[in-house]
Ligand binder design. Structure first.
Ligand SMILES: Cc1cc2nc3c(=O)[nH]c(=O)nc-3n(C[C@H](O)[C@H](O)[C@H](O)COP(=O)(O)OP(=O)(O)OC[C@H]3O[C@@H](n4cnc5c(N)ncnc54)[C@H](O)[C@@H]3O)c2cc1C
Length: 603
């Protein structure tokens, strides 16, 4: 076979799902081709310095714009105040009153096409799933390798922890992913309005107000028996080093490329995978044997630099002796599977795509944590470090925490071109992530058979159990707002901008009004589960517990789309953990095949 076109493994996508996996396969000695549609920006300060995350997610260098729907109710979506429109003159209009003739785009959901994927433009917040998230996969599939205790070992393998002592055996200390935390010493200043808020918040969430400075240093990635039920302040951990340099799969890929004599990793940037190639003539199942790609920059139409009307470049083929692994992320992996003939037969037939495997779950079950914020302006500028709190609202369905909130002198209201809004030095907000949405009804569906086109993405927020989820969000907002009233008279009263604008009398801000606010203004950026791992026999379970695409051979999906539900509050670190786990599964299969070959099995 031609070594320039044939590899042992082909991995599509270099984000948290595909990046670590490709490096592990190469480090195990297998020739591995990593295909990435974007470029490498490791030394660009917009990406390298974690504090620039907002600039990074807005930056055209890597941005892929997906314009998503939050529901099937167009009128409801049009109430989202950051709905974005194409004005036709190369600019966006964001808001509720578009100029004449503007074309509706939808709600922006940013993604990064770059070596390292969205871990190169995200805020880097590191958190772990609940133990039950991992154990649920054991229950669904019977595969005990997913037990929570075992999954922590993957954190230890990838992590280079910079705040826990080297003797702390619950952390890893020599991995490729630096994880650091923030300095919470500001919380010792009792006269700081934000500390007064913290003390009240401590009371409201069952913590000791006199201990807030110590509580603010609690290890968010720590391992303790009540870690999923304990309401507490935490020290926000991020995947970056103590000097603020971003850490991501990019570090591991580049470290692997640095020793080509030892590690046979080839990375092709500016390369868009368009189709998986199958051998359907031999074997009992279609076997993935390679991939078709287009080479060139900005080929995908989500890329704002894409030039409309340009002819598609000619297609190239690369072949895999062993396996093809798709890690294009929660929107692109299901799209690529469908373009390759794996998906709901009726949808594929609509676009004249030959059905290789009728797999109704591909692109279905998309879900996300709901996010919203309480935002206001104090009378004077507020000095504040970051308050990170995980707590349980009284109406939470289980004993577990359902809210991750971070409060401080910032504003965060979701994503749109140019986000976030700066409301002045008086701005103060608590942004919150609500976990375990009851609804898992989102979808990623084809709009055409053209691989350069974007799919249609609809999250169908609040489709099931919406009232309960909304009441938890409202309950959290009430607790956070109440804590603000302790800020002290130099700051009070807050002029709340939402969800209960102070311009309206507080009596008119009912629970129902707040619920309506969150129903129309909730946003998200932790999408998962569009090609889920699930139980044998469940036709919606696209993958088995070893990430294998059911109905095929030699094909796996390893990225955020594989999770059966959003893994806890933030998915980036959990996705890197499953990437390394998957590498173990792929290598175990290789060893098994080699042992069979040595034993002459099949001869
Ligand atoms: C703005 C923003 C902020 C976020 N903040 C946080 C945070 O603070 N903490 C956290 O835990 N999570 C955060 N997330 C979510 C987190 O970054 C993602 O969940 C995670 O990156 C998913 O990893 P992935 O490998 O599944 O996909 P991705 O990171 O999307 O990587 C997929 C890669 O595949 C490439 N690709 C896709 N299709 C193709 C194709 N056809 N051919 C070739 N290449 C292709 C893409 O270019 C990309 O590089 C954030 C997300 C966003 C958008």
């Amino acid at each position: 076979a031609d070594p320039t076109t044939t590899y042992d493994y082909i991995v599509v996508g270099s984000g948290p799902g595909g990046g670590p996996l490709s490096a592990e396969l190469a480090r195990a000695g297998y020739s591995t081709l990593l295909i990435e549609a974007g470029t490498d920006q490791w030394d660009n300060p917009t990406y390298a310095d974690i504090q620039n995350f907002n600039e990074a997610a807005n930056d055209e260098t890597t941005r892929w714009d997906f314009w998503v729907k939050h529901s099937d109710d167009a009128a409801r979506d049009l109430k989202f105040k950051h709905t974005t429109w194409d004005t036709g003159d190369g600019t966006f209009y964001v808001g509720l009153d578009p100029p004449e003739g503007a074309k509706l785009l939808g709600i922006q959901y940013p993604r990064a096409a770059v070596l390292g994927g969205c871990a190169m433009h995200n805020a880097g917040v590191a958190s772990l799933p609940e133990d039950d998230d991992w154990n649920r996969i054991v229950n669904l599939t019977g595969d005990a390798s997913w037990e929570a205790g075992k999954m922590r070992e993957y954190l230890k393998r990838i992590e280079r922890n910079e705040y826990a002592g080297v003797d702390d055996a619950t952390h890893g200390h020599d991995g490729w992913l630096a994880i650091s935390n923030t300095d919470p010493s500001w919380a010792k200043n009792d006269s700081n309005p934000a500390v007064k808020i913290m003390k009240r918040l401590a009371q409201l969430t069952g913590q000791d107000p006199s201990q807030v400075a110590d509580l603010a240093n609690t290890d968010l990635l720590g391992d303790f028996p009540n870690r999923d039920t304990m309401s507490s302040f935490f020290n926000m951990a991020t995947h970056s080093d103590k000097n603020g340099k971003r850490a991501s799969p990019n570090n591991y890929i580049r470290a692997t490329l640095a020793d080509p004599a030892k590690y046979p990793l080839t990375v092709k940037l500016n390369t868009l995978a368009t189709k998986v190639l199958f051998n359907t003539t031999t074997g009992s199942k279609p076997r993935a044997i390679g991939i078709e790609v287009m080479e060139g920059s900005s080929l995908y139409r989500a890329d704002p630099k894409h030039i409309p009307g340009t002819t598609a470049p000619k297609v190239h083929r690369y072949f895999a002796n062993r396996e093809v692994i798709l890690s294009g992320g929660v929107f692109n992996t299901p799209q690529l599977l469908k373009l390759s003939g794996i998906g709901p037969a009726t949808e594929l037939q609509k676009f004249n795509i030959s059905v290789v495997v009728d797999s109704p779950g591909v692109g279905e079950g998309l879900t996300d944590n709901y996010e919203g914020s309480v935002l206001g302006l104090g009378k004077v500028p507020i000095e504040s470090g970051l308050i990170t709190i995980l707590f349980r609202t009284p109406n939470a369905p289980t004993a577990k925490r359902n809210i991750y909130a971070w409060c401080g002198a910032f504003s965060f209201e979701g994503f749109w071109p140019g986000y976030p809004t700066y409301y002045g030095a008086e701005q103060f907000s608590c942004a919150m992530v609500h976990v375990k949405p009851r609804s898992q009804d989102g979808s990623v569906r084809l709009t055409s058979a053209d691989p350069q086109d974007k799919p249609e993405i609809n999250f169908r927020f609040f489709e099931h159990g919406g009232d309960e989820d909304l009441s938890e969000l409202v309950s959290a907002a009430n607790i956070l707002r109440e804590s603000w009233q302790a800020a002290g008279e130099e700051v009070l009263p807050f002029n709340e901008l939402h969800p209960c604008p102070s311009s309206e009398s507080n009596s008119t801000c009912s629970e129902a009004q707040q619920a309506e606010f969150f129903k129309t203004q909730a946003y998200s950026h932790h999408a998962t589960s569009s090609c889920q791992i699930g139980a044998e026999g469940d036709e919606m379970a696209v993958l088995d517990s070893k990430f294998r695409v059911r109905g095929t051979e030699g094909l796996r999906v390893v990225d955020a789309s594989a999770f059966p539900n959003v893994p806890g509050f933030f998915p980036s670190v959990p996705t890197m953990m499953i990437s390394v786990k998957a590498a173990g599964d792929v290598l175990a299969a290789a060893r098994e095949a080699e042992a069979d070959a040595d034993a002459g099995v099949g001869k």
